[in-house]
Every structure is written in C-alpha cells, then in structure tokens.
Design a protein around this ligand. Structure first.
Ligand code: PMP
Length: 353
C-alpha cells in the first residue's frame, strides 16, 4: 500500500534475504552460515548475560572492542561494532557517499549494495565484471567514486589480491574505499594491514560466517580513528544500543575462543576443495572460491532447475535470477556429510532419477 509511504522511496526495491524455510528440515546450503555451533563458552556467556536484560547494553561496546582489538592487532578506537555488517555498510554509505561522491561497485556482487544506495538516494554505477566474472582492477583505478568491493566477492567467491586492493585505495585518495571482508577467513588476505597507511580505507567484517554467529547479528568496521568517528556519528544518530548485551557477551567469548573458529575455517576450506572436485567430476564448472561457498554451473541443467530439484530433495542452495549468473547456483560449504548429500542428490538429479 502506497497511501502513506514516502515518495522518497519510490525507487526502492528491498533486499530479498535467502530463504529461511520453517516447513521441513533441509540440508541448508543457501545462506552461507557456519554448520558448526558456537563454542560452549559463547552459549554460557549468553546465558549469564541474559540475566541482565533489564539494563541497556554499553553503547560503546568497550569490552568487546578491547577484546577485538587484541585479536585483530588494531587499536580499539580503530573499530566500530555493529548489528551485523549490513549495518556498517549502510552507515558507511550514509557517511561517505552522496551526489558528489557517488558509489561504484561491480554489477555482480552483494545484492544489498544497490538497496542501501537507493535507500539513501545515492547515485551509483555498477561496473561490469569480466566474462569470467572476475573484477578488473583497472576499472577502479582513479575513478573519483566511493568504491565498494566485497573481497572475496559474493556470490562468485573470487578473491582480489591485497596488491590490487591497495592500488584501488591508493588511486582514489579523495574517496573512501570500502572493502567488505565478510568471507575473508576462508583463504583470502585481509586489507586490515593497510588502514594505517591509507586514511580512506574502511574494512568491514562479520561474526556471521567464520564465527558461527549469524543469528546474533554482530559485525564490525575497521579504519583510522577519523572514519570510525564519522561512522559513530551516524550510529549515535540512529541506534546507539545497536549491539545488544547477549550478542556483545557472545562476541567477547568467541574472540577468546578464536582458535576453535579458525580451526573450523580450515575444515570448511578442506570441504570446499572436496566439493569443488566432486562437482567438477560431475561436469560442473566451479569458480575458484576463497569463501565458504562455491559458485557452480553445468550445461546439463539450468541453474533454476537444479535449484528446484535439489530443494525437492531436501537440499537448499541459492539461485539468483540475474541474467549474467542465472546458470549458476551458490552452494554454501557445510560439513562433509552435508556436502556428500549434496553430491549424491545432484548426481541422481543429473541422471534423471
Ligand atoms: N557482505 C556480504 C558480501 C555478505 O554476503 C553478507 C551476508 N549476507 C554480508 C555482508 C552481511 O552479513 P551480516 O549482516 O550477517 O554481517
């Protein structure tokens, strides 16, 4: 109904999250969650903290930032904690992009970027990725725009080297370059090491993937203190208590258990290699992923048909109807058992059984 809805949002087409069906249990490989539960100290920290829910959370997330800074080798004032990294992306668009500093991002990338751009009425250019779906770094050199790059990119999983990222950052000194590292822990190299060298670099990340906390909503931004200050101006102007008590306690405990999560990443990387080989053996083309998912297509069946048949067989993957990638499916890497089920079902579907 449009009667009361502001015309400001006439152009807005909301983001469509991956399915979270409640009707039956699926082998759920569609929203890049971790298949591993949080560590036991995280669940215990949440239980204890829940007894203090009558009190507001710390708007500065001080303890969390201190713990975070120690693990990530940055200063606590170089960090902002947020309600899922989607929130810091929105804050960053609000803070660092406008008519004079329009946005630029690849045409094939995280679907929330155009949504946040439209929500904030920021003009944007979608720069086509190459035929092999990789990003051409030259397209971003000195473009006088606020650049957003997911690295590894989604849904392709393709990774840009730190050298390439540095070239983009160095060549756009009057604009902020946002590097969205939601999937960095699965084999990529982080750009965090560059934040002291470049005052226009913002790195964003999340506890949703490698740290098994998608349901808790915890994300972060890392940049020099000035950019973090700008982001806090936006945060305090929207939702100062954006990180709730239980999520904050969970985050602190997860950071203390960092080895557990980094070991899980190694397992995911191994399972990704296994899945890539198994899909390739079935005739799939599988992009070289550095994320906790693979992007794969086959000539034998359309992307949509495979998605539908897998769903009928109790396996959920993610299909995008976008023209350039409609032949593909994005398949989250889960446990080896889950991946074996995916391969078994896919084989039967291809055999027409
Ligand atoms: N960036 C990318 C590239 C993503 O795929 C996602 C997950 N959908 C996010 C950011 C946001 O993740 P979250 O809000 O759960 O931290």
């Amino acid at each position: 109904m449009k009667k009361y809805f502001s015309e400001r949002y006439d152009e807005l087409v909301p983001y469509v999250p991956g399915e979270q069906p409640q009707d039956r249990s699926y082998v759920k490989l569609n929203t890049n969650e971790s298949p591993f539960p949080p560590s036991s100290s995280v669940t215990e920290a949440v239980r204890l903290e829940s007894q203090k829910l009558n009190l507001y959370s710390d708007p500065e997330s001080l303890e969390l930032r201190k713990q975070f800074a120690a693990v990530f080798g940055v200063d606590k004032d170089e960090v902002i904690m947020v309600n899922g990294s989607d929130e810091v992306l929105n804050f960053a668009f609000m803070a660092f992009a406008d008519e004079k500093r329009p946005l630029a991002f690849p045409d094939i990338t995280y679907g929330f970027y155009p949504v946040f751009a439209k929500l904030n009425r920021i003009p944007y250019t979608e720069i086509p990725v190459k035929d092999d779906l990789s990003i051409d770094v030259n397209d971003y050199i000195g473009i006088y725009k606020t650049v957003v790059i997911a690295n590894p990119n989604a849904p392709t999983g393709l990774f840009l080297s730190l050298d390439s990222i540095e070239k983009i950052v160095a060549s756009n000194p009057n604009n902020v370059v946002i590097v969205d590292e939601a999937y960095i822990d699965f084999g990529g190299q982080s750009a965090i090491s560059l934040i002291r060298k470049y005052d226009n670099l913002l790195v964003t990340g999340t506890f949703s993937k490698s740290r098994s906390m998608a349901g808790a909503r915890l994300g972060f931004g890392i940049a020099n203190k000035e950019l973090i200050g700008n982001l806090n101006t936006i945060r305090y102007s929207t939702n100062p208590y954006n990180v709730n008590r239980m999520t904050s306690a969970a985050g602190i405990a997860a950071l203390r258990d960092n080895d557990y999560y980094m070991d899980n990443c190694k397992t995911i990387i191994a399972n990704r290699a296994w899945t890539t080989d198994a899909l390739s053996a079935l005739g799939f083309e599988v992009l070289d992923s550095k994320a906790n998912f693979v992007f794969a297509r086959t000539d034998k069946l359309s992307g949509e048909q495979l998605y539908l048949n897998l769903k009928e067989n109790g396996v959920l993957v993610r299909h995008f109807k976008l023209d350039r990638i409609k032949d593909y499916n994005r398949i989250t890497i889960g446990t080896l058992d889950q991946m074996k089920t995916l391969i078994e079902k896919t084989k039967l579907i291809l055999e027409g059984k």
